[in-house]
Design a protein around this ligand. Sequence first.
Ligand SMILES: [Zn+2]
Length: 255
Amino acid sequence: MEAIVLARRNFKEFDQHITFYTKESGKVELFARGVKKIQSKNSAHLEPFSYVQIEIAEGKGVAHLTKVIPINFFAKIRQNFDKSMDAGFLCSFLDQMTEVEEVDSRIFELFLSWLKFVDKSDKFNNILTDAFIINLFSVLGFYPILDYCVICEKTYKEMAKDNLLNNKKLGFYFAGGGIICPLCREEKKHIGEQIVDCGLREVSNLQALLKNDWRLIQDFSMEEVEQKKLHKLIYEFVLFHSEKKIEDWELHLNI
Ligand SMILES: [Zn+2]
């Protein structure tokens, strides 16, 4: 079956456990015997984010990897530092966010389309990584509500009519699943719930990441300050919903 390598972990001297995200069976962890031996044909094809065809033998306990046929190694991603850092990060991110045997072919297609696009493209914009993550979270059931206040359901038009958008701040209310109007935000503040600033500009940027294809997202022109704000918002959103310790995927840019 078609699979993308997410991770490989050593097991005894020559063996490894390899984690794949597959089209048909979601995330799988397989035992690869002898894969670390120098003459192992399979080893080179099993680097993270390689796209491969695999064959499996169901054994007692853990299933065995019996055959690997390479489909795409994404050489141009590997030759570019930014691209390969982000692709590698997305592998470990997907590994952390998904459970074995939860099948969702949309996740597979999303990652494969990202890899194919980034591999072919001459440039690379880190916004593509943020876009992948917010789209992944949408597939995982955290599609942010961006068209109206999640509490009172006022649209932006109605907020403007009620004079709510002058000098008052919209927010992103993570626990509520989306945008909160300034009035409802005031009330929630008293209870002490976590709400982060999110202006109309960030709302439309987020919508753009959720509704456009990779090419449009890559060419999306955004000031650096704006892009940083958007990234911070997505990162906080991820931290809130994943309840895991996730490293900030843009930090390698500052090395
Ligand atoms: Zn409201």
